[in-house]
Design a binder for this molecule. Sequence first.
Ligand SMILES: Nc1ncnc2c1ncn2[C@@H]1O[C@H](COP(=O)(O)OP(=O)(O)OP(=O)(O)O)[C@@H](O)[C@H]1O
Ligand SMILES: [Mg+2]
Length: 490
Amino acid sequence: MHRLLQRQISRFLNDQGAMPEGLSEFLAAVGDAYESADADRLLIERSLDLMSKELTERNAELRKELAERRHAEAQLEKLLSLLGTTLESTADGILALDKEGRIVRFNQRLVEMWHMPDETLAFWRHAPLVQHLLGQVTNPDAFMENLNYLCLHPEAECYDTFDYIDGRVIERYSLPQPLGVDNVGRVISFRDITARKQAEEALQREKEEQKALIKKLEEAHNQLLQSEKMASIGQLAAGVAHEINNPIGYINSNFNTLGEYVEKLFRVTDAYERTEPALAGESLLDEVRSLKQEADWEYLKQDIRELLRESGEGIGRVKQIVQDLKDFSHVDQVEWQWVDLHKGIDSTLNIVNNEIKYNAEVIKEYGVIPQVECLASQLNQVFMNMLVNASHAIGDGGRGRITIRTGAEDEMVWVEFTDTGKGIPPENLKRIFDPFFTTKPVGKGTGLGLSLSYGIIEKHQGRIEVESEVGKGTTFRLRLPASQGLPETL
Ligand SMILES: Nc1ncnc2c1ncn2[C@@H]1O[C@H](COP(=O)(O)OP(=O)(O)OP(=O)(O)O)[C@@H](O)[C@H]1O
Ligand SMILES: [Mg+2]
């Protein structure tokens, strides 16, 4: 361009014929300078182009970054809104603390749960807040201890429960808030578990009630088994008694006749003996005498009477046992009936005599009592247990006393069994009527005797009283109404 200008200037001046001296050098120099400037301009222009391109690219990048950032911010905002809503919509009270234990965030549920007053809320300072919390829990020391522990152990997780003074039960769960490798704070959630606890307690109570019910059922079942056992023993006894009753009846009757015959025979032989002097010198008499001598006739006569007396006694005892078994079992008399209790006690005594005769002397101090309306076989079971217990309390090898007293007061009849046994320690006294309570070795006692007796006496509208002194002895007193007042039995 500048060369073209230079050439045009030169051509114009040459055409004018007035090309001044040195002008062409000047023009050449100007041309050079112009050229060099042009080259610079080109260079600048090129670098400007380059810069503008870079700027455009950078601008595009910035726009992209900006768009990304806006997107990220929108996402973050969304996330924060989600977290905020989550925080508010949870049923738990949430408290977020920073590393230094300062409150960063909490939700409305927490405010309600802790009954936060406005003035505490206005500041959200640690000390007044903690003070407020401590005033609401039943065990502030434990609560504080937990807070201190969490401050000292930022990495610790913690779970516990505590009680509010208003009766609520709160579950507390705390987790550290990690950011990268650091913990930047912690979040504590509080959950009201009062209803759950109450439900659990109700369930527990229900379970215990069920357990008690099952135990009662088992006891009732066992009592039933025991009374069935007693009833079948009674039946067996009655069966045996019945079977023996007939043969012993005719043995007794024959035996009495036999005794009478023997006496008659003796009267005959006595009469023969009286004829002996008249037969003196007769060889037959010698034979009779030697036979009598051989047989030890005098002793024989005496022993036959003795044998008959003893056997008579034996038969009498068998008859008594049979009668006792019948009285004891009363199997054919399951109805309420009017009985003489003394008879029941006596027949029971005969039955358990074997058990008690070795260690106890039985003293009867019977008073005057009216007949009692009762289930006789069941009362006999009670008497039997009283007597056996008394004998066991005296123990093997010992020699003690069992005194049976009876009496009546107003409309009540009482029967007392006093023993000189080892007595019952006070701590056992309230348990002796419990089913299966026994202090006896396995096999000797089931622990059902007194609980059954209690049930039987209760059924008779009576009661059992007990007095005992360790080392001295025990008295069981049964009190029974003479009448049950049952119209059909009157
Ligand atoms: N007269 C008594 N003297 C001392 N302790 C007694 C007496 N009577 C009962 N007891 C105590 O009461 C407990 C319960 O008596 P209970 O008659 O119910 O059962 P048991 O005699 O042990 O067994 P079971 O009668 O079923 O054979 C006895 O184990 C004993 O410790
Ligand atoms: Mg017993």
